[in-house]
Design a protein around this ligand. Structure first.
Ligand code: SF4
Ligand code: SF4
Length: 117
């Protein structure tokens, strides 16, 4: 057996397909059902695209992304922890109790240009 054959299976690590960790939320596009708070949303008519909130979103949630000229919160990744609220200089982040699933295009950034990894 060659060295390549002997190590072929090492990278075949299985990630749990649930919303209980970020990898699972990315894979299943689902929120953690245990989260008590609603996700937040950004009012883009007020947002000045300063990116401060992106830097304050804890990496275990990693919910805020640049998407084109917009800054968006993917609700399936947002725990509602509120750590992005105070840093926002224009107070344009709000609770979103009637949130809708993120559009397919919003998942492009975590898949290809994830600032939290
Ligand atoms: S509420 Fe928490 S998880 Fe949601 S976007 Fe803000 S910092 Fe990130
Ligand atoms: S901190 Fe506020 S103004 Fe800055 S990008 Fe985030 S939502 Fe927009």
């Amino acid at each position: 057996m060659s060295d390549a054959d002997a190590t072929a299976d090492v990278s075949d690590v299985q990630v749990p397909q649930t919303g209980s960790n970020r990898a699972g939320r990315l894979a299943t596009r689902s929120r953690n059902p245990k989260w008590q708070h609603v996700p937040l949303r950004i009012d883009m008519s007020i947002c000045i695209n300063c990116d401060t909130c992106i830097r304050h979103c804890p990496p275990q949630f990693g919910a805020i992304f640049n998407h084109g000229i917009d800054v968006v919160i993917i609700p399936e990744l947002c725990s509602g922890c509120g750590k992005c609220l105070d840093p926002c200089p224009v107070d344009c982040i709000y609770d979103d109790p009637s949130w809708s699933p993120a559009p397919d295009l919003w998942w492009t950034e975590p898949a290809t240009d994830d600032p939290y990894t």
